[in-house]
Design a protein around this ligand. Structure first.
Ligand SMILES: Cc1ncc(COP(=O)(O)O)c(C=O)c1O
Length: 390
């Protein structure tokens, strides 16, 4: 009999995680302000939508090449967020089904059962799950707020196992912390990756969203790293195009050539008119600057607000659209704190523990809502914390 008994172990064990729980609960309540969402609140610029519609109307309705349309790959190498003219658009760049699609391809092509992948803790939840679904084991590398939630080379060395550890995932600017890895740290990590012969996956999907003079630097451009780094990027955050599912990756030919073949059997290709919309978007970096500038303003409001909330100690991250404040002073764990905050102040933040053990005691605050909503949310959190203090 066909039943759920035929499911794979992976399918049987798959879970959607703690963030979903908070959203489910919030969706049943009125007047909630969400600081839990990981996507820009603005719609995609209409000129990009029009370029996509024009492509549809002009017959660009067919399969695209597995690697993506050439125009988009060339655009990425010239105007994208990967280093200019650094990767060959013919052989080293491919278009993927969002940044997540890039991860799925990488893991499928590199991991054999039991291979280990080093990932910082706290981390973007999907990394661990994708690694597991592809047979690998995610090994958390602990980080602390004091060190900017950046992995330390000695911690990487300690968790490395010869013959088992294949890769290291970096994510800067970071989800959930918003932190940007500084140049000296990136150089140290590059050195250890070469020493231990690790493939580095550099998730740069928030690469365009940096503030306060943070330096835009990809580990792929450090000497000796191009041949061992895969850069993952996306139109989702920089262009407010989360629903379009256009991402990309750039890496060594020996790997990209295999991933292009894998694409045939999983997606065939990426949505053709959406790729034309993305090609147009790359010709308009001013659209990205608009989005970045609007987050820069919101970031000021939110940092200012959190600085003045009694009992909360916040980090000052220079990227993405997240803060990761310390809420441990209230004598609750982060899940209890965020649930109470939702119940009593009607503000959604995500418990830091959802992102790993080292996230305990913190919460992820996303500043993607409108400015007036952010101001109201800060006022509510302020009152809530003042009441907790009594
Ligand atoms: C760190 C990080 N990487 C990758 C992604 C995936 O983005 P997308 O698949 O929409 O390009 C996200 C989305 O939230 C993210 O936060």
């Amino acid at each position: 009999m066909v039943s759920d008994k035929i499911l794979t172990d992976n399918a049987r064990n798959i879970t959607l995680g703690a963030i979903r729980e908070m959203f489910d609960k919030a969706s049943k309540m009125d007047s909630v302000i969400s600081m839990g969402i990981g996507e820009p609140n603005q719609d995609t610029n209409l000129a990009i939508c029009k370029a996509c519609c024009d492509a549809l109307m002009s017959g660009k309705t067919h399969y695209a090449p597995n690697a993506g349309i050439k125009e988009l790959r060339i655009g990425l190498s010239k105007n994208g967020f990967i280093a200019k003219d650094f990767f060959d658009p013919e052989t080293e760049i491919m278009v993927t089904n969002g940044g997540m699609g890039a991860f799925a391809l990488i893991m499928q092509c590199v991991l054999n059962n039991g291979d280990e992948v080093l990932i910082q803790d706290p981390q973007y939840l999907n990394f661990k799950q994708t690694v597991a679904l592809c047979g690998g084991v995610a090994v958390p590398v602990p980080t602390t707020c004091e060190s900017g939630f950046c992995m330390q080379v000695e911690d990487i060395r300690k968790r490395y196992k010869k013959g088992k550890t294949k890769m290291l995932i970096l994510n800067s600017p970071n989800n959930p912390t918003g932190e940007v890895i500084p140049k000296d740290k990136l150089e140290e990590i590059a050195k250890v990756a070469q020493e231990l012969d690790l493939l580095v996956i550099s998730d740069e999907v928030y690469g365009a969203l940096i503030y306060d003079g943070a330096e835009k630097l990809s580990i792929s451009t450090i000497k000796g790293m191009k041949e061992r780094t895969v850069v993952v990027g996306s139109f989702s955050k920089a262009y407010a195009m989360t629903g379009w599912r256009i991402g990309y990756l750039a890496g060594p030919v020996w790997l990209v050539s295999r991933m292009v073949k894998y694409q045939e059997f999983f997606n065939s290709c990426i949505n053709t008119p959406a790729q034309w919309g993305a090609t147009f978007a790359l010709e308009h970096p001013e659209f990205v600057e608009e989005i970045r500038a609007s987050f820069a303003e919101r970031r000021k409001i939110i940092l200012n607000g959190f600085e003045n909330i009694r009992g909360i100690k916040t980090n000052h991250p220079k990227g993405a659209f997240y803060l990761f404040p310390d809420v441990s002073a209230f004598g609750m764990n982060s899940k209890q704190f965020c649930n109470k905050l939702l119940d009593e102040a009607k503000v959604v933040c995500v418990p830091g523990s959802a992102f790993g053990e080292c996230g305990e005691g913190f919460m992820r605050v996303s500043y993607t809502a409108e400015k007036d909503k952010l101001e109201q949310a800060i006022e509510r959190i302020n009152k809530f914390c003042a009441k907790l203090y009594g």
